[in-house]
Structures are given as C-alpha cells and as structure tokens.
Design a protein around this ligand. Structure first.
Ligand SMILES: Cc1cc2nc3c(=O)[nH]c(=O)nc-3n(C[C@H](O)[C@H](O)[C@H](O)COP(=O)(O)OP(=O)(O)OC[C@H]3O[C@@H](n4cnc5c(N)ncnc54)[C@H](O)[C@@H]3O)c2cc1C
Length: 421
C-alpha cells in the first residue's frame, strides 16, 4: 500500500508551462511539487516570444525581471518572399499600446531558469534530476507518478492532481494514446546558432525575420539573441527536407542556406556555434486536455508549428487556464476530468485561430501582401493574431476571410473529448 502524501499537486516538467502552472497554484496557497528530469539551466529551442505573453508575466509579477533580464526587445516580425524581397515589418504597436507592444527574444536557458526560480520563490518545491517514469493509477484516475532519482532509487509520489507539462515527451498523452498528429504539418527543422552577422538597426534590431527559400519549399527563422548570437533554423515538409537528402544535418542546413540569399548576406562573417540540431513531427494535439486527476499544459497538450512563435505563449496561457481550473476543482473537491478541464474548449478556440493562420502560410498561393491587397480591412485582425491576441480579441472575422481566400478541404476544428475513452 502506498502512503498518501499531503500534496495538492505534482507538476511534471519545469519548462514555461510547468513553472507557471506551479507558481500560480502556489500563489493561490496550494502545496505544489515540481519535478524535472534535467538539471537547470538547460538548453531549449523556442526563443522568440509573442507580445501577448505580457499579460501572463504581469499576473506572475515578473515584468521587472523581464525588463532587467538578458533578453532582446522585439517590436516586430518581418516576412521575406522567395524572391528575396522583404515586406515592411508588422509592428506590434499597430494594435497594442504601451509596454505590451514590445516583447522579447530569449535564450531559453536563463529564461526557463528565471521562471523556475520564481515558482520556487512562491513556495513550490522544485526537484530537478528526477525522471518521471510512469503514472500511478487507481482505475481510470491518476493518483501520482513513479519516479527515478539521480541515485537510481525508484519512488512513487502521490498527489490529488497531476499536471503533465513534460513538453513533447508527453507523458500522459503517450501513455493514454491521446496524441493526434497534424497531417497538414508534417515538418522537420534543422537549427543552430551563429555569433556575429548583420542585424537591422534601431527598433528593427530585435525583429524576428521569416525568410522563404528560393523555391518556396522551406523557410528560415532568424532570431537575434544577446551577446551577438543569432538563432537560425530552417523548417520544411519531411518529404522535402528528409527524403533523398544527406543524412548529415549540417549539409542539409547548408544546402537550404544557399537557397536563401538575404539570409546568406546577413550571415557573412558570422561563426556557427554548436551543432545543427534536428527536430521533426512536432505538430500535434491531444484529444483530451484533462481526465480524472490529471491536466495537460503546454507542449504536453499540443504544439502547432514554429512559424509564428506561438509555442511559449500557448504554454503560458494553458498554464494560467490549468492553474485556475485546478484551484477551483480542489476547492470544490471535484477532481473529475470534466471539472479539471473546464477551460478546454476556450483554450482550444485560441489555438484553432492560430492554426488557421499557420495553414494559410503553408498554402502555396498565400502571401500576406496578396491577402492584404484583397482584404485591406483584415490588417488589424492579422496583426492581432501575430501578437497572440486570440483570447483578448474576436478573431472570427479574419478566419472567415482566410476561408474565403482558400477554403480548407477536410478540416474540422478540434473538439475535445470529455469522456474517458
Ligand atoms: C523547431 C522549433 C522551433 C520553435 N521556436 C519557437 C519560438 O521561436 N517561440 C516559441 O514561443 N516557441 C517555439 N517553439 C516551441 C517551444 O519550444 C515550446 O512550445 C515550449 O518550449 C513549450 O514549453 P513547455 O513548458 O510545454 O515544454 P518544455 O519547455 O519542453 O519543458 C518540458 C520539461 O519537461 C521535462 N520532462 C520531460 N519529460 C520528463 C519526465 N519524464 N520526467 C521529468 N521531467 C520531464 C523536460 O526536461 C523539460 O524541462 C519551437 C519549437 C520547435 C520544435
């Protein structure tokens, strides 16, 4: 018989989703244990934030730390066509006033460490170097986790609610078979960092650049980081970037770079730091967001695509929703999936709005310039989507226009299952 602890909540994962869920619950007086298998600070891809992260930072009380931290201010995003021509940037202050019009490019090691330290400062017990290897179940209900520590010792840990914020690893989604891959976004990414290289000046110095390669088959991100570092990565369909290509990641990266003259020009004289890394099959969602005794947050629930830098924003937003639902469910002593996942439909509606714009980007006939020439009235809504204002503004107008531009075949917005099966 396992001894029950007094824990209200165990959070698996100390990335943005886990740290923020844990911090917000601790701020509400809940007893929270957070476990991560890695030792921090640790590297993560996902360095460009959306401006709408501002509101979570404000709620957490860490805006000061963001302003004084080692981060680069980002005021816009700029898209380059396959011809190499750069469009005018989309500036966030077209729709946001004041501080929330500016966001940040972050090296994830210090950023995630800062969020984790903040959670610990709010009373969360943080244990790193602890691998969660399984779920403890009583029937359909999750009642805790099985762990293995650095000393190899296996320990079961119990809690009233488990938050799975284990990122792409997706502990619960994999165990319960909830993960649904996005068949429209079968992408792979090769990425690395460079020191040096040209940046734009003034308020454009911190912009994210999105540069399509010559034949429109792939695109690069260029994200300026502190210390003269640049995060550079290429994304494309697996059939294009993997099949029949070199098995050596740096060779594929170099071939694509040669197809992107504006990037090549900016990287003249820059020195690559670290290997080219590869990630694939990262676009998925889960058919459920919560079940009896468990809730998913961040990438453990789903990830869209890197194109609009929405990953950390959605991780933070899902953390806010999860913390609020869990706090209410604990107060009501109702830890059913229906109660713990009450926020599911609302959260998913925002994800689906962003997904519609992601699909548009990969439509070969789509370009922002052409779209806005046809529907100039859509500009404000478009910038709102790029800002991440999917929970603060009504996005239905632009979704209708995107459907009018190019209707999607066989597309049904995700509807979460609330049953246990
Ligand atoms: C190619 C690419 C580019 C991207 N670019 C951007 C970008 O520019 N901007 C952006 O916002 N997002 C970007 N993202 C997405 C971003 O990386 C994620 O959305 C974000 O990191 C999600 O945060 P999270 O807290 O859910 O998960 P993570 O940050 O992945 O954290 C999960 C944590 O769980 C821990 N963990 C996992 N399994 C276990 C276990 N069994 N036991 C204990 N601990 C465990 C891990 O060690 C990790 O620390 C990108 C993603 C990809 C694939």
């Amino acid at each position: 018989m396992l001894s029950r602890t007094e824990r209200d909540v165990i959070v698996v994962g100390g990335g943005p989703a886990g740290s923020v869920t844990a911090a917000l619950l601790a701020m509400k007086g809940r007893d929270v244990l957070l476990l991560d298998r890695e030792v921090f600070p640790r590297y993560r891809i996902g360095e460009s934030l959306m401006p709408a992260t501002y509101w979570t930072f404000q709620r957490l009380g860490i805006l000061e730390k963001m302003h004084s931290g080692p981060f680069v201010k980002k005021e816009s995003v700029r898209f380059f066509a396959p011809s190499g021509r750069g469009a005018l940037p989309f500036y966030f202050d077209e729709v946001e006033q004041g501080e929330s019009a500016v966001t940040w490019q972050v090296d994830r090691a210090p950023f995630d460490q800062m969020l984790l330290d903040h959670a610990a400062g709010k009373g969360v017990e943080v244990r790193t170097g602890i691998n969660v290897t399984g779920l403890l179940m009583e029937g359909e209900r999750v009642v805790g986790v099985q762990t293995t520590g650095g000393d190899g010792a296996k320990r079961p840990l119990q809690a009233r609610v488990l938050v799975d914020a284990s990122g792409q690893n997706g502990l619960v989604a994999r165990r319960l078979g909830l993960r649904v891959m996005d068949s429209r976004l079968r992408h792979i990414s090769y990425f690395t960092r460079f020191r040096g290289g040209a940046r734009d000046s003034g308020r454009d110095a911190g912009a994210t650049l999105i540069l399509r390669t010559k034949h429109g088959e792939s695109w690069f991100w260029s994200i300026p980081l502190p210390d003269d570092l640049m995060s550079i990565g290429v994304v494309g369909h697996i059939d294009y970037l993997l099949k029949g290509r070199s098995k050596v990641a740096r060779e594929v990266f170099a071939e694509e770079r040669a197809l992107c003259p504006p990037l090549e020009e900016r990287l003249q004289g820059a020195v690559q730091e670290g290997p080219v890394q590869v990630l694939r099959d990262f676009s998925y969602i889960s058919s459920r967001i919560a079940g009896d005794g468990w809730v998913l947050a961040g990438d453990a629930f789903g990830f869209l695509d890197p194109i609009y830098s929405s990953g950390v924003f959605l991780a933070l937003k899902s953390a806010e929703y999860a913390a609020d639902s869990i706090h209410d469910a604990l107060a009501a002593d109702d830890l059913s999936g229906a109660r713990l996942g009450r926020h599911g439909e609302e959260f998913v509606a925002g994800v689906e709005a962003l997904r519609r714009l992601v699909y548009a980007f990969y439509d070969p006939d789509f370009s922002f310039a052409r779209f806005l020439r046809r529907y100039p009235q859509a500009r404000v809504d478009l910038v709102n989507l790029l800002v991440g204002n999917v929970y603060r503004r009504d996005c239905s107008g632009i979704i209708e226009l995107l459907d009018d531009w190019s209707p999607l075949q066989d597309y049904r917005p995700l509807s979460l299952s609330t049953s246990a099966t």
